[in-house]
Design a protein around this ligand. Structure first.
Ligand SMILES: *Cc1c(COP(=O)(O)O)cnc(C)c1O
Length: 306
């Protein structure tokens, strides 16, 4: 490892030329127009080619904090297809941090790496495979200390999905960019960090709807916990619609596939399937159910690229 300090504290992040504020574009869609609803896309997927969407918004404040703390190594967590692991690996390569990814599933250590993990390794990330029991307990101090020890110590730890108070504060900027632009904002949720920040950043009279991609009904409490950590309590107007997980994380249904294929055919826009497709499916369904009064402007946050 070099003794040179990572660039993230100074011009490093700005040097990556993020496209911020991200573009906001109207998308004419007859399923919305019929109900008097305008649909706009918030193109967070265009912020940076390797750190797209909410991954930029959540990682940027953590990278600054790591650089300020003089840490050279980032340690974080994810599943075998985690967008957050990939973004962290890319950030490390671009900004001069060593990166360590704790991957859920010990059995994966003996198998060929999937394309997502291959990208992480090619970006210089060291992978530590953890059995599922250890992975589940990764936030417990002794378990975390053990993982940091295995990683060689002295790491800046970023939680799973990148969602901590700093990340939530970073995502509040997404809400602020949308002030005066929308009545309702739809966003896909994994850990809920993006929704927690987005809702807090929106202005008076604006509201957010989160569409969880995981099954389980635990996310409302988690969003409240993250808002408590970042702001000291619940902020903004938000709710969840839990009907569109389509079987759970990385699962799909024939209806979702048909929706996403049709959306791409209508608009010439490929749709990220794990998160964005479920949010668009949810927002379209709510519109068709008449959930929004005529004259509503709805924004769909495109949190990532296919
Ligand atoms: C990570 C991710 C999300 C989920 O964000 P959370 O803050 O964890 O809720 C949504 N969309 C895309 C494309 C993602 O990669």
């Amino acid at each position: 490892m070099t003794s040179q300090s990572p660039a993230a504290g100074g011009a490093g992040l700005a040097g990556l030329r993020p496209r911020l504020p991200s573009p906001l574009v109207e998308l004419p869609d007859e399923r919305f127009a019929r109900h008097g609803v305008r649909l706009l896309l918030k193109r967070d997927d265009l912020i940076h080619p390797e750190l797209p969407g909410n991954k930029w918004r959540k990682l940027a404040p953590n990278l600054r904090a790591a650089a300020e703390a003089g840490r050279h190594t980032l340690l974080t967590f994810g599943g075998a297809y985690s967008n957050h692991l990939r973004a962290t690996a890319a950030a490390g390569r671009l900004l001069g941090f060593a990166t360590i990814g704790v991957v859920r599933g010990e059995e994966l250590a003996d198998r060929p790496l999937n394309p997502s993990l291959r990208y992480c390794v090619a970006s210089g990330m060291r992978l530590l495979f953890a059995d599922r029991a250890t992975y589940r307990r990764k936030t417990e101090p002794e378990v975390l200390a053990g993982l940091v020890e295995r990683a060689g110590g002295d790491c800046f730890v970023v939680p799973e999905g990148g969602s901590n108070a700093a990340a939530v504060l970073g995502c509040a900027e997404l809400g602020r960019e949308l002030r005066g632009m929308a009545d309702v904002v739809g966003v896909a949720c994994g850990t809920g960090g993006t929704l927690a920040g987005l809702a807090a950043g929106l202005g008076e009279g604006q509201r957010a709807i989160g569409f969880p991609v995981l099954k389980g009904g635990f996310l409302g409490a988690e969003v409240e916990r993250l808002q408590g950590e970042a702001f000291g309590g619940r902020r903004g107007t938000w709710r969840l619609d839990e009907r569109f997980h389509c079987g759970g994380y990385a699962r799909t249904s024939p209806a979702l596939d048909a929706f996403a294929d049709d959306f791409t055919a209508r608009h010439g826009l490929p749709v990220e399937r794990l998160y964005v497709a479920k949010m668009l499916y949810g927002l379209t369904t709510l519109t068709e159910e008449g959930a929004f009064p005529r004259g509503t402007t709805a924004v769909a946050v495109i949190t990532g690229a296919p």
